[in-house]
Design a protein around this ligand. Sequence first.
Ligand code: GRF
Length: 207
Amino acid sequence: MRTTPLVLGVLVSGRGSNLQAILDAIEGGRCPARVAVVVSDQAEARALNRARAAGVKAVHLDPQGHADRASFDDAIARVLAEHGVELACLAGYMRLLSPGFVAAYRGRILNVHPALLPAFAGLHAQRQALAYGVKVSGATVHFVDEGVDTGPIILQAAVPVREDDTEDTLAARILVEEHRLYPEAIRLYAEGRVEIVGRRVRIRSAP
Ligand code: GRF
């Protein structure tokens, strides 16, 4: 059992409500971790302000300044290493990670997705769910592999789709579950209770 908080680096592109949920859970003693750095590919991301407000180092890296995705991801990896990051958490990060980054951080990158994977991977998951006509959607926290939202699943929560749902109302209801699940998954990881076995994630019971 570790005695120091797990060191997180959170990658963001926008609003940052999941980042906020993680920060709040840490502050509230519900997640034994510390956010060492928040990295955004968007200079104006509200998530950067949330980081600063919490006293967390906020870094903007501009993809335009890099020749390709691999060199941009190398720059991210350098920032994470400088801050001693043990677990990288994607929280509304809108870029695909290069295979080199995923390989270097294998088993150490999490993502939250607003659907019950493997249904509705990729962009606009709530719109996809409504268009398909499912009666239940939800939220997923999973490890990141080379694919798009294909990595081993840690936690999921179901959310009913209502007759009168719009993309926005469904997204809002799913977001409540994202905010609950993400800090919970990080807590389980920090407690050393998450084990990847092939495609499956085994969650060990608390000691
Ligand atoms: C969330 O719905 C997340 O599942 C998806 O993008 C959204 C990010 O929201 N990947 P926020 O930036 O955390 O508020």
